[in-house]
Ligand binder design. Sequence first.
Ligand code: 4AD
Ligand code: MG
Length: 460
Amino acid sequence: MQRTVISEVLAADAPRQDIKVCGWVRTRRDSKTFTFLELNDGSCLANLQCIIDEGTPAWYVLEGVNTGASVKIEGELVESPGKGQKWEVRAKNMTVFGLADPETFPLQKKRHSDEFLRTIAHLRPRTNKYGAAFRIRSHAALAVHDYFRSQGFFYVHTPILTGSDCEGAGEMFRVTTLPVDYRPKEGSDPFAEDFFGKAASLTVSGQLEGEAMATALGKIYTFGPTFRAENSNTPRHAAEFWMIEPEVAFADIWDNMELGEGLIRHAARHTLENCEADLALFDKFVAPGLVDSLRQLVDRDFVRVSYRDAVDILQKSGRKFEYPVSFGTDLQTEHERFLTEEHFKAPVTVYDYPKDIKAFYMRLNDDGETVAAMDLLVPRIGELIGGSQREERLDVLEARIGELGQKIEDYWWYLDLRRFGSVPHSGFGMGFERLIMLLTGIANIRDVLPFPRTTGSLEF
Ligand code: 4AD
Ligand code: MG
């Protein structure tokens, strides 16, 4: 079925005698001697206006063709005398693929709430807003690959089924083939009879395997699905999300910051260059000032501040936070947003966190109290990137694992990377959905995932 996609049709530089377009009817307007159909095929935000004159073959099959119906239209591409569009199609023939009953098709013309649209996640990509969001998502994914390729990184695939808890936060989804009513024999390993002969989960991060790859290929990144059984019902957490994790050998925390800042800049620039019309929609209806804020991301310097100084700023802010801050407490979203939105009014990287609130693999600083951790915070979202320089010293790492009450044997292969040709190295994780929230101004993570998975929600 040869067709021209609407994005191409609308970019035409000359009229065309024969054109074939397919799509879904967004609106139908009838007058005495002709009918207007606004057609959208998802290739771009704009609709293509099609005119069906009385007496043409297309006119005889118009019965029941309403908002939501899918059709093919063949006709002539002519300059539009009307306002608002350069081109229109004067239809000759039309094929109706599928009707959409106006009594039951939920996407009628009026604007729907995000909450309602989440209940019809299978249809919402057909709205302007969600179509735009998912086109931007696709462009942003390409921007990520493009950035790392330009920096000489290799794209590696780390496992989704895993036997280790990278973050040590116990937020893993268990994977098992044992029957639900399975009871292990008294005193025996409960997973001995399971598929892998040990406990298995969905990955919370590809970092540990990423480190193995980086200490061979030098610069690598992963970009894949990540799972966390976090019971936090927030606009920023999903149970299934996509994470981008670069890992670089011979790199310290400062190199790591630069890499993260560069990635955000590149993604913003790429989106500005490739998604103009879709961004304009968000700028107009969702987050006024969005396009300017993306330009600033590209042009302005990001800020860096140590955790110690950040705590100081928060304490002296005179602001009453729900959670009080002092050295040793983890920063909450309210603190992160204060720093980036109000105090610095720019993206901020906070570094050198107290070791007790960070993961075991982060490199211990000389003060013995902090680790070379970094969190990059952005306005409206808070933490977009979390990363660190890694502990490359075998004895220090073993002591840290011991301190946390973990078994050294469980980490044998990870420790091998410190036994054989250990190198200073660093990496981070960026939540891809949070990047899309930054790029679109969408405030809820449920609205940047095509089919979001959050606590108690798995309809699609
Ligand atoms: O800060 P996190 O937990 O870091 C790690 O997992 C490291 N292993 C990454 C690394 O150093 N290679 O997660 C990294 C990022 C967060 O900054 C956030 O953007 C995103 O992943 N993220 C989530 N996004 C959506 N829903 C969730 N439940 C998320 N949890 C983390
Ligand atoms: Mg984090």
